[in-house]
Design a protein around this ligand. Structure first.
Ligand SMILES: Cc1cc2nc3c(=O)[nH]c(=O)nc-3n(C[C@H](O)[C@H](O)[C@H](O)COP(=O)(O)OP(=O)(O)OC[C@H]3O[C@@H](n4cnc5c(N)ncnc54)[C@H](O)[C@@H]3O)c2cc1C
Ligand code: FES
Length: 325
């Protein structure tokens, strides 16, 4: 009999969780209201990706509240599409791990109503700083771009499960596009600190959009830039490039974020070579906390298809489990 969780199971679990929350105000369970889920503070202490070894020294461990007010240090437009936001938030910077995200209030007048999820682009624990790299798309990010030095930023986080790095790995390959350019930044930094070699393939419309290249390089990564306007970012060209890297370098794991077609390609290439991988997913979110179930998508797990919440069970998942849409 399949142990897969159907959408009905997921909805029923949501109802149980919401009832429990209404009764005792507790943090809802990610596992169907069985009570085995960690508390919020415990969850911060286990912020590795599911099923893998923890990156030593990279996990959060704070019991601080998830609600934080960051002081804006700067908020600069760094290309036609992207902005770089830095905030002073020592507790949050100390608690977060690569791949986790913050749920940001974009306007203090309730517009837009819902917070917007943003991955951590850089974390500087010594300086107590968190950095975000974001593309202005709609109402929320337009409001974010209006923040000025000295303003307050209302943040909830760090949220979700981040990436895992195994200290025994010799090298990792990062493949990022769009939002993924921000999300994979902390992975390069963490791998570098652990002595793991990083090769990063950064894909964008034009070279001017590859803003994380200098940061990745400063983290010791070997970077390769592919762009739409040079015809180097298509799937056939990427397949050739990745195959060459995997044939010539000691790569023990693949990481990706920001592109469905690149995720599908890496999934195929990792499976062919028996390599593990991790993918950070982006899904429109309602609550960001595991309560509303608007971010649920199916995953191919050993037991069968399981419906999981991207905000709470991810946003980082084993590459092999991601079901492409
Ligand atoms: C875990 C996570 C981490 C993220 N990290 C970053 C980041 O580091 N930098 C960054 O620029 N963006 C990131 N995003 C995407 C970012 O949250 C959205 O671009 C943002 O919410 C758009 O808000 P808006 O009000 O400006 O646009 P909206 O008006 O809400 O939407 C504008 C357009 O973007 C689409 N969109 C909105 N939200 C998402 C989403 N979550 N996924 C895909 N498409 C969406 C909408 O369908 C619409 O077409 C992340 C998303 C998630 C889920
Ligand atoms: S459960 Fe609400 S956004 Fe994931």
């Amino acid at each position: 009999m399949s142990t897969a969780r159907s959408m009905d199971d997921v909805r029923n679990a949501a109802m149980r969780e919401l009832s429990a929350r209404a009764v005792n105000g507790s943090e809802p369970s990610a596992t169907g209201g069985t009570g085995e889920e960690a508390s919020v503070s415990d969850r911060l202490a286990v912020s590795g990706a599911p099923g893998g070894p923890m990156a030593a020294g990279e996990s959060g461990g704070s019991s601080e509240s998830l609600a934080q007010i960051g002081g804006v240090l700067f908020n600069r437009q760094v290309s036609t599409r992207y902005w770089h936001l830095a905030v002073s938030a020592p507790a949050a910077a100390a608690a977060c791990a690569p791949g986790q995200f913050f749920y940001l209030r974009c306007g203090d007048d309730g517009e837009p109503l819902l917070r917007r999820p943003m991955s951590v682009y850089q974390m500087h624990r010594g300086r107590g700083e968190l950095h975000f790299l974001y593309a202005v798309k709609g109402a929320g990010t337009t409001r974010l771009a209006q923040l000025r030095t000295g303003d307050s930023l209302d943040m909830v986080g760090p949220l979700g499960h981040g990436f895992t790095l195994d200290p025994d790995w010799r090298g990792v390959l990062l493949v990022a596009r769009g939002v993924g350019l921000a999300t994979l930044g902390p992975v390069a930094a963490a791998a570098n600190r652990m002595g793991i070699r990083v090769t990063a393939v950064l894909s964008a419309q034009t070279a001017r959009d590859v803003l994380s290249e200098s940061y990745m390089r400063s983290c010791g990564a070997r970077t390769l830039v592919v762009t739409d306007d040079t015809g180097t970012s298509g799937v056939p060209a990427m397949r050739e490039l990745v195959a060459g890297i995997l044939a010539s370098e000691p790569i023990d794991a693949l990481f990706t974020c920001g592109s469905q077609r690149l995720t599908a390609l890496l999934q195929e290439m990792a499976a062919e070579r028996g390599l593990p991988g991790q993918a950070a997913l982006e899904e429109p979110m309602g609550c960001g906390l595991g309560v509303c179930y608007c971010c649920v998508r199916p995953f191919a797990r050993e037991e069968g298809i399981e419906h999981l919440r991207v905000c709470r069970d991810g946003p980082v998942f084993p590459l092999a489990e991601v079901i492409m849409r």
